[in-house]
Design a protein around this ligand. Structure first.
Ligand SMILES: NC(=O)c1ccc[n+]([C@@H]2O[C@H](COP(=O)([O-])OP(=O)(O)OC[C@H]3O[C@@H](n4cnc5c(N)ncnc54)[C@H](O)[C@@H]3O)[C@@H](O)[C@H]2O)c1
Ligand SMILES: [Zn+2]
Length: 366
């Protein structure tokens, strides 16, 4: 089957996202032009290793690679320095050198962890992401942010380390648990809301086929999301100019309620979905957007099966509000907030006070 190629035009390190059904079986040939090495460490979690490790190893070995599969337990709990240390040691024991390549086979946890290991082993070796969750395919695998969690906070230690290539096989999504699939759709809707009204309409029209995980449609959606993220990231690769901040739509409130929820009660993409609606309501109330944006977002998310409220989830409002008030982006009581003025277009504003957002979070949790 024909694969789609999306260019990520970074000035010093451009790379390609390859998307399409059957891409996993062609991994070896796809990454060959982008890397020098011939020895591969495939980092996976136990689930993605069992599901896809064999197919990936076959494909790499057919391409002439020597291949070692390293697995860690699934879940956020593996995104730690202790697990990174275990992987560094495993790379050393396997004789991996400066031209070896780390392949991240899994969701965002594996991408962040394996990318961090690749960024630091021997002061940085190449890595390739092979994302297998929708969230990782449309979001975390592109952009070069890698890292691990500390007990103090998530993603506190990390680096920017751009992959050499991203290879996405939408067939992998067939086995993804429903809740993780829906959470990934939260980020898809975010990309559509900030950048592509057509995609927003398509998602609404094709919601049933999306929910049925029709592979070719998912491939189109992933490729379009890659283009959107790539166009933002390539203008601000290391989050210096502020341009990249538009990707944080829904994330100010989203992060706050994530902090207030008990671990695992709220997935990141679910929090972003609820956060987008909340931020959109505040913006509409202040006249910063079309009045109908919150309802448009809510209707699409519902149609796609993404949760739109905190009903049934216990959220500690004090913790959430504290997270909001100590947001690193706050300058004199206001923060730079992305606002979708109309579906498909986003701008940054300082016109929303933290108090407005706090009121909205309090009403969410009622
Ligand atoms: N680097 C970035 O820019 C960025 C952006 C967003 C999120 N993240 C990070 O991503 C992480 C969350 O990623 P995630 O939601 O992908 O979680 P995850 O990596 O934990 O994957 C979710 C679960 O799905 C399983 N799984 C993965 N692929 C599967 C498949 N195809 N079939 C069946 N099961 C499968 C995994 O084993 C895991 O249990 C967080 O740590 C977050 O901080 C990073
Ligand atoms: Zn996100």
């Amino acid at each position: 089957m024909e694969l789609r190629q999306v260019a990520v035009p970074l000035a010093d390190r451009p790379y390609t996202i390859h998307v399409g059904s059957g891409a996993l079986a062609r991994l070896g040939e796809l990454v060959q032009p982008a890397t020098e090495g011939q020895s591969a460490a495939v980092v996976a979690d136990e689930t993605t290793g069992a599901l896809f490790g064999g197919r990936v190893a076959d494909s790499l070995e057919r391409g002439g690679w020597r291949c070692r599969l390293l697995t860690v337990p699934p879940g956020e709990a593996s995104k730690t320095l202790a697990v990174a240390e275990h992987l560094w040691a495993a790379l050393a024991d396997a004789g991996m050198d400066r031209v070896s390549v780390v392949f991240a086979l899994g969701g965002g946890v594996i991408g962040d962890l394996a990318g961090f290991v690749a960024a630091t082993y021997m002061r940085g070796i190449d890595f390739v992401t092979v994302p297998t969750t929708l969230l990782a395919q449309v979001d975390s695998s592109v952009g070069g942010k890698v890292g691990v969690d500390l007990p103090q906070a998530k993603n506190l230690v990390g680096a920017f380390h751009q992959p050499r290539a991203v290879v996405v096989d939408p067939d992998t999504l067939t086995s993804l648990p429903d809740r993780h699939f829906a959470a990934g759709l939260g980020e898809v809707v975010k990309h559509a809301a900030i950048a592509d009204a057509n995609l927003f309409d398509t998602l609404g029209r094709e919601a049933d086929r999306v929910r049925a995980r029709q592979t070719s449609l998912l491939g189109d959606i992933v490729a379009r999301n890659g283009e959107i993220k790539a166009s933002v990231v390539s203008r601000d690769p290391e989050e210096r100019s502020g341009l990249r901040a538009v990707l944080n739509y829904g994330h100010t409130v989203g992060h706050a309620i994530e902090r207030g929820a008990r671990a695992w009660e709220l997935l990141h993409g679910e929090a972003v979905a609820v956060g987008m609606i909340a931020e959109a309501k505040v913006a509409a109330r202040l006249g910063l957007s079309d009045a109908e944006v919150p309802a448009q977002l809510e209707a699409l998310l519902l149609r796609l099966g993404v949760r739109t409220s905190l009903a049934g989830t216990e959220v500690n409002v004090d913790l959430a509000v504290r997270a909001l008030r100590t947001d690193k982006k706050i300058v004199v009581g206001a923060l730079a907030l992305p606002v979708v003025a109309a579906i498909g277009s986003v701008e940054m504003t300082n016109a929303v006070s933290v108090d407005e957002l706090v009121r909205e979070v309090e009403s969410l949790a009622e």
